[in-house]
Design a protein around this ligand. Structure first.
Ligand code: MTE
Length: 315
């Protein structure tokens, strides 16, 4: 922890970047896989590398992993448009290399680093999580990422840090959905500090053992498995530790429909969609809908965070 220092952008030489990119490849464990050319993000820092020890299991408990095709072609990513196929069709325009992410605000040791540096700092792992969207569908996704708490510990949050705000990218020239002001760009999200520090919360840099596809939020996105999918912000550029509860993009857009907490809760319906059941993407349309579980099935791990809170009010 003591040898972590902020690296000003001016100090990053092209050679440094090149070496870091090579390390990203090494760190990912890599075997070159040409079959994935069109799906996985194509960057000089380790596109198309598979992680042989990851994503071997086809089933998670009794749950089948959602296919790579479905995970990468049925997306919500309004920066590229509002239909489910828009991110797959348009995200390729986005340049994700170079990319840096800064961790700032109420912290003793702010950091600015790129994805290569990040995964050199903190070992990556695979986490198979359910992703439950407020629209009533879900997937089971083998993410590759780092626990967010490991990163936050490196910056030493001060006593004023009560919440964490996440900020995505605003670049309308490459994100064609941003030409429309349907949302207040850049997309932002927030967590309470204890939610951000929970061991289930990760920053994902890959899935199915490979570099994250752009439509899924490359080069780095949040995944909070007990919350509705909209909390899991993609293409993060800033993580800010703050004292006051951040107002997220969706809260600004419609505070009656989208609350700060957004915990998966089958007992509290969204004004437009029931939350009691869900459709697993990839299953037959005739298959019975699954019952949605409290906190998306992670009740044992996270219920204590909300003890004594009225979850109808803090939705
Ligand atoms: N992040 C950004 N920057 N922009 C978005 O529109 N959509 C959210 C979330 N993260 C979104 C975002 C929503 S509504 C969902 S359900 C998930 O991403 C979908 O993640 P996936 O496409 O990887 O399944």
């Amino acid at each position: 922890m003591t040898n972590i220092k902020k690296i000003p952008a001016s100090e990053i030489t092209p050679e440094h970047i090149y070496n870091d990119r090579r390390n990203f490849i090494k760190n990912l464990g890599l075997i070159l896989s040409s079959s994935a050319l069109s799906t996985f993000a194509n960057t000089s820092f380790g596109a198309l590398n598979s992680l042989p020890s990851f994503a071997q299991a086809k089933n998670h408990g009794n749950e089948k992993l959602t296919s790579l095709k479905d995970i990468t072609s049925y997306n919500n990513y309004y920066e590229f448009g509002t239909s489910k196929s828009d991110p797959h069709d348009h995200a390729d325009l986005l340049k994700i290399d170079p990319w840096s992410i800064s961790i700032e605000g109420s912290v003793a040791k702010p950091l600015k680093l790129d994805v290569d540096e990040l995964i050199k700092l903190i070992p990556i792992e695979e986490r198979i999580y359910r992703l439950r969207c407020v629209e009533g569908w879900s997937m089971v996704i083998p993410w590759v990422g780092i626990p967010l708490n490991s990163l936050l510990k490196k910056v030493s949050p001060t006593g004023n840090a009560k919440y964490v705000e996440f900020v995505s990218l605003k670049r309308p020239s490459e994100m064609i959905g941003q030409k429309d002001d349907m949302l207040d760009w850049p997309y932002t999200e927030g967590l309470r500090l204890d939610e951000a520090m929970h061991p289930l919360t990760i920053l994902a840099v890959g899935l199915y053992g490979k570099v994250l596809p752009k439509q899924n939020g490359a080069p780095i996105r949040l995944v909070v498995p007990w919350k509705y999918g909209f909390k899991s912000i993609k293409a993060i550029t800033k993580i800010r530790l703050v004292e006051k509860m951040p107002v997220s993009t969706w809260m600004k857009a419609n505070s009656r429909e989208y609350g700060f907490y957004a915990n998966v809760n089958p007992e509290v319906d969204h004004p437009r969609w029931s939350q009691s059941t869900e459709r697993r993407i990839g299953e037959s349309l005739l298959a019975p809908r699954l019952k949605t579980e409290m906190f998306n099935g992670y009740q044992k791990e996270v219920a204590h965070l909300y003890q004594g809170m009225d979850l109808n009010r803090y939705f």
